[in-house]
Write a protein that binds this ligand. Sequence first.
Ligand SMILES: O=C(CO)COP(=O)(O)O
Length: 252
Amino acid sequence: MTEANRPLIAGNWKMNGLKAQAAEFDAMLNGAAEVSGKADLLVCPPATLIAAFAEKARGKTVAVGAQDCHPKASGAHTGDIAAEMLADAGASAIIVGHSERRADHGEGDALVRQKAEAAWRAGLVAIVCIGETQAQRDAGRTLDIVRGQLDGSLADGSTAANLVVAYEPVWAIGTGLTPTAKDVEQIHGFIREFLTSRFRDEGAKMRILYGGSVKPSNAAELMAVKNVNGALVGGASLKAADFLAIAQGCPN
Ligand SMILES: O=C(CO)COP(=O)(O)O
């Protein structure tokens, strides 16, 4: 996975997926060659499926990722999973700071930053999620919230090779609602300015994904927006046909 000039379509399966659903992943592997001219593909299944999916994906053009990690490499942390373990299972990237983890587990920016650094320590790419809630948007605070999350969640040492930023407005996740293309352009432009001013040339090359109700029917419009370098897809990434159609919607 590399830079902004090549889109990344990442699927976040969230807490969905049993061994019996592996056929959907097989279908993604089979269809991947057809979209390889358009985008890189990454699927982040639940941790229980990472090793099996990574084994299936060996030598194919779909990468496998994780949805979270613990900041530490090992130790007395019952139920947690270290980035090193995810790397060992075959993951090449880890989503950190998803709004569902921020909400369900009270994760804040400082912890998200430590998790991104843990991903790097294990040699993996960190996909750092940010985005405002409906109430924050209604209060006109979107850009302030985004700036604060970027400031707090991104670690020094971020490069275009080790970091992907995912802008996911919380109110757009799983709701069927999306911001207008104009809003997405404004916010992604703001994120790009932040990244370039903090990380210079690297910031100019980092991928910024849009996430929140991306579907085959809206992918082409969203993916054509300036500074949108791919998508982080939830619900629609569970179906191979939809996931591949979203990748197909990326501009040539
Ligand atoms: O949260 C998301 C991806 O991380 C987006 O989810 P949906 O695509 O289901 O709205």
